[in-house]
Design a protein around this ligand. Structure first.
Ligand SMILES: O=C(O)c1cccc(C(=O)CC[C@H]2O[C@@H](n3cnc4c(=O)[nH]cnc43)[C@H](O)[C@@H]2O)c1
Length: 249
């Protein structure tokens, strides 16, 4: 496939890419790393920004349910138009577990795991899979994770999806105990991944750490720094995807 065959054109061997953020400010941080938006496409519940490359950007909303619904809408619209996506990238700011993902760093997920989908019992939390339903983890192709990490310097680990932002040391410790490989948490990745899986499209999650996972401390948020890291990361990720061949995996 072609990489920057013309100035401003970035296409990948994965074909068309759908990058999904929660909010417009995150979408705009990604957009700053790509050729300018060429067109806006209204979808049910969300507006797609089509760039002058093979990248479409979607601010899908906060939380796993809205992220899943918006992503599914975009994937379905593209498929019905005969221009399906070859890759979905879930991106945004997130909380970082301080032992492995400091504020300002990037994390790319080898596992996208929903942390709070299940049942609470007297003996602790049971994930839905142990109740006999569904799935709790989506995995990205190993080669894709490697390419993304090598290009951006992102640390590799599990990114948890939560519906409630962690706000105590006790909750952070419980999550770490249950998910020793977790480096970060966000609120959308699993929803985006569920939609991608339903369409048979590979998914990647990348987060820039804006705050530590732990006791709530709004003064410790570094949203501007995290958005800048996201832009810098996508500036490296987009061209690097040229070397990732979706069809080998
Ligand atoms: O009010 C709070 O204490 C608080 C702490 C961190 C984040 C929030 C948000 O409402 C942001 C939600 C938004 O940003 C992503 N995000 C950023 N940091 C985290 C986090 O530590 N845990 C989970 N999600 C986070 C998330 O993906 C949402 O899109 C409020």
């Amino acid at each position: 496939m072609v990489l920057q065959a013309e100035e401003g054109l970035i296409t990948t061997s994965a074909g068309r890419v759908l990058a999904v953020t929660a909010v417009p400010v995150e979408r705009d941080a990604v957009a700053r790393a790509l050729p300018a938006a060429a067109e806006e496409v209204r979808l049910p519940g969300a507006t797609l920004c089509r760039t002058a490359a093979d990248w479409d950007l979607l601010a899908a909303g906060v939380g796993p349910a809205l992220a899943a619904a918006s992503t599914a809408g975009a994937l379905t619209a593209a498929a019905l138009a005969g221009r399906p996506y070859g890759l979905v990238v879930s991106a945004g700011i997130g909380g970082g577990f301080p032992h492995g993902a400091p504020v300002g760093s990037l994390v790319v997920a080898d596992a996208i795991t929903v942390a709070d989908l299940g049942a609470e019992t007297a003996d602790g939390f049971l994930p839905v899979t142990e109740l006999g339903f569904g799935t709790v983890t989506h995995r990205s192709p190993e080669s894709l994770v490697r390419v993304a990490s090598e290009a951006t310097g992102a640390r590799i680990g599990t990114i948890l999806t939560v519906s409630t932002v962690t706000g105590t040391a006790a909750r952070a410790a419980a999550l770490r105990a249950r998910h020793p490989g977790a480096l970060a948490e966000g609120m959308e990745g699993f929803g985006v991944a569920e939609a991608a899986a339903a369409h048979g499209v590979p998914v990647l999650e990348i987060r820039a750490v804006s705050n530590p996972v732990g006791p709530r401390d709004r003064a410790a948020w570094r949203i501007g720094d995290a958005l800048a890291a996201l832009t810098e990361g996508f500036g490296k990720l987009a061209p690097a995807l040229e070397s990732w061949n979706a069809h080998e995996h």
